[in-house]
Design a binder for this molecule. Sequence first.
Ligand code: GAR
Length: 229
Amino acid sequence: MIRRVPTAILISGRGSNMAALLEAAAAPDYPAEVRLVLSNRADAAGLAHAASRGIPTTVVESRPFGRDREAFEAAMEAELRAAGVELLALAGFMRVLTEGFVARWQDRLVNVHPSLLPSFRGLDTHARALAAGVRLHGCTVHLVRPGVDEGPIIAQSAVPVLPDDTEASLAARVLAQEHLLYPAALAWLAAGMVRVEGSVARVAAPSGGGALANPLPGLHTLPRTEPER
Ligand code: GAR
């Protein structure tokens, strides 16, 4: 029997990456067990989906805390401690975390970002990729460090940028890859297959955490991380 690492998913909105993680983690041999979905917004659509799957949810509204990020994080950590989680997966969680929080969860805090980092940190990544005229775009799953969208890269997936792409068409192509990549990358982390050497994360998987466009050749080395068709 593998040990399943108790995990929380943090969201702020739609929660489609959260849904992909819940789908993967529904398999009994997935190495992370989602114990809690936490949102900093009560109106996050993902909350209802998590609840419909029987996953405990909680809301810690960030707005009432204003600029007091430490107080917001203390409230959030009380919930995370109560749930006994050891791993945090940010899935469209749109709050910048303090250095203290990031340090306390060092190498146990992972994020998905809709670009091939270190290009296009921050917001509006698809519009910026189109404006820059890049031919390849994609998504990254990385360990979180204090700088926004910085940290050792666990896995990336690239997609082509097509001549007639709009922001929406490109976002959809990237999002489909996020939904494949994130469950695989979280599984690697939970299974202890990720080793951090300075600013580089080494992954003990045949693909080493890389994938080019879709489908993701050789990426899914763990059972049951394939999407359902
Ligand atoms: C995703 O595209 C995710 O990569 C992005 O927000 C979206 C959330 O969608 N995250 C960031 O930009 C973090 N810097 P979802 O709620 O449907 O998963």
